[in-house]
Ligand binder design. Sequence first.
Ligand code: ZN
Length: 253
Amino acid sequence: MTIRVTVWGENVHEHKHEVVGKLYPEGMHGQIAKTLNEDPEIEARTATLQEPEHGLTKEVLANTDVLTWWGHCAHGDVDDAIVDRVQTAVLQGMGLLVLHSGHFAKIFKRLMGTSCALKWREAGEKERLWCCNPGHAIAQGVPHSFELEHTEMYGEPFGIPTPDENVFISWFQGGEVFRSGCTWRRGAGKIFYFRPGHETYPIYYNETIQLILKNAVKWAKPEGTRWTDVRDAPHVPADKAPEPITVHGGSVH
Ligand code: ZN
């Protein structure tokens, strides 16, 4: 079955900064969607911050198997009601790929519950990514290590909860290291954070990065039907318990 992907883009740098607009004339979201659509198993569409409800209506999310999120300078402009909606969709089983500076997106911080802070430096230095688990679904076809000639540095400590799995770790020319590819589960949803993707370098044209994005979409797709009542917390009175029970003690309810 086709995996329905919504590629969400903040879509600000592309219009504000010439270097980004030239690199990504159709927007970073446009390039990411184009890449994913090369895969016959994936059907990707885009949504941006500027659209009504940021392009993430209830209907769009109900028809999204995996959402990818790239944001940087406008995290604060994302409506909290939409963050609630995306969080619910993830808990229900929608996959989420958080890309690069999306580490500070409201939705990522909400799902992680930690600072998600990190060190950074924009010096166009070399990054070497190491695969921590070549057997992982996201690492299939990816070399044990590969390099990006010019990247922004992200360094530890990275304020995330300990990942379920570390799939990639990065070394930078300046000496820092960083957990670059991490997975978590929240409710029925799978989350993958992937570091590379700074807007002033052609990262999303790199074939290994493109392969990892396609693999990650396939890994993050829902494993079954949506857990639609994931936020419900129904009271079960004693006389409705599956087995007969006698009520003991007091109650404030
Ligand atoms: Zn960046």
